[in-house]
Design a protein around this ligand. Structure first.
Ligand SMILES: NC(=O)c1ccc[n+]([C@@H]2O[C@H](COP(=O)([O-])OP(=O)(O)OC[C@H]3O[C@@H](n4cnc5c(N)ncnc54)[C@H](O)[C@@H]3O)[C@@H](O)[C@H]2O)c1
Length: 343
């Protein structure tokens, strides 16, 4: 089976591609290698993937339709996994246009390609941020998602709506995956657990919003990959008995929460990092950021029901693996730490 993974040089795309290659699939990776964060990290991920003979990489942007047309003309994909996007809640306040280009125009182009080439299953990344100002926890796929609090969240909600329209009109089987704070080795430097690790090691202060009164449903990346692997062979089928539920449809369309169902307070996450790094954090508190929400908490019932699997790696275990990777990747050793601390 030939699978297109967009965003393959990104954090989740890299892990999904690696797993698929290990399982013997042929993977075509597509990524524009943008400089939203450290390009060297993206290149290092890509180098690993290029070690596999069944991996092919195409550099391009989703919003450039002719690049996508060429990609789909050259390869016959059975499955498309869309993990390319402009991610990040806070960045979307300063760079709104980037989100429309990559996440909306880019996603439309991808839907068009899937329609024209009659792709058997499109899986795409949505986000827990679609729950926005939702007050009820845990967040269920049956809850309303009509009050996004950042443009990033709005674009993810738009993706879900666009996917439904294509699924309804063209019977395109589409699965939307609402990821909850994914973390792990090869992670994203803009995310708190990653930037906190760097700052703690360098003995620099870390910025914590809302006085640390925030809870996140941290989800280990291997669990996310496992969920995707389970979902690939399950293209949604139209529910002929559909009676208006939000997470399904009378079109071949499904939405799942992919989260740990176990929110952890930010202060506890920081304590775990301090223990794994064996160094204290210097915390500077800031007021709540306007694009943030206080709690994310996934109800994973429908995922478990459908595939018999749900993420459950404890944060302590996952952070330990992240810290080991971080130290090895950035060659942080005792000598470097001594130098950094000026002792
Ligand atoms: N990591 C999380 O906690 C999390 C949570 C919720 C949702 N998501 C979503 O999951 C997906 C993957 O996230 P990630 O954490 O791996 O992010 P990432 O930024 O590491 O990966 C995205 C990749 O897509 C590429 N890209 C961006 N715009 C592109 C475009 N227009 N055309 C081609 N390539 C483009 C980037 O270069 C990057 O390598 C994204 O859709 C993100 O919004 C992630």
């Amino acid at each position: 089976m030939r699978i297109l993974v967009t965003g393959s040089a990104g954090f989740i795309g890299f892990h999904v591609s690696s797993k698929l290659l290990n399982l013997g699939y042929t993977v075509v990776g597509f990524d524009n290698l943008n400089s939203y964060y450290d390009l060297e990290l993206k290149k290092a991920r890509l180098e690993h993937l290029l070690e596999y003979d069944q991996f092919h990489f195409v550099k391009g942007s989703l919003e450039n339709r002719s690049e996508l047309e060429q990609l789909f003309a050259e390869h016959q994909f059975q499955v498309v996994i869309n993990l390319a996007a402009q991610a990040g809640v806070r960045y979307s306040l300063e760079h709104p246009q980037t989100y429309i280009d990559s996440n909306v125009t880019g996603f439309l182009n991808l839907l068009e390609m899937c329609r024209i080439h009659q792709i058997g299953h499109l899986l795409y990344a949505s986000s827990s941020s679609v729950y926005g100002a939702n007050l009820k926890v845990p967040f269920s796929v049956e809850d309303k998602t009509d009050h996004p609090v950042s443009l990033y969240a709005s674009t993810k909600k738009m993706n879900e709506m666009m996917a439904h329209a294509y699924s309804h009109i063209y019977r395109l089987p589409v699965t939307g995956m609402r990821f909850f704070t994914v973390y792990g080795p090869w992670g994203r430097p803009d995310m708190a657990y990653f930037s906190f690790t760097r700052s703690i090691l360098e003995e620099k202060p870390i910025t914590v919003f809302n006085n640390g009164e925030m809870w996140r449903d941290f989800t280990y990346v291997d669990d996310v990959v496992q969920a995707i692997i389970h979902l690939i062979p399950l293209p949604p089928v139209a529910d002929t008995n559909w009676s208006g539920q939000t997470g399904s449809s009378n079109a071949p369309y499904r939405i799942y929460n992919i989260g740990n169902h176990n929110p952890v307070k930010l202060a506890d996450m920081i304590s775990l990092l301090e223990r794994h790094l064996d160094k204290p954090a210097r915390i500077e508190y800031r007021p709540m950021h306007p694009g943030d929400v206080e709690v994310t908490y996934a109800d994973t019932e429908s995922l478990e029901e459908q595939v018999g699997f749900k993420p459950e790696t404890p944060l302590d275990t996952g952070l330990g693996k992240f810290v080991s990777w971080y130290k090895a990747f950035y060659e942080v050793n005792e000598l470097a730490l001594t130098k950094l601390s000026g002792e």
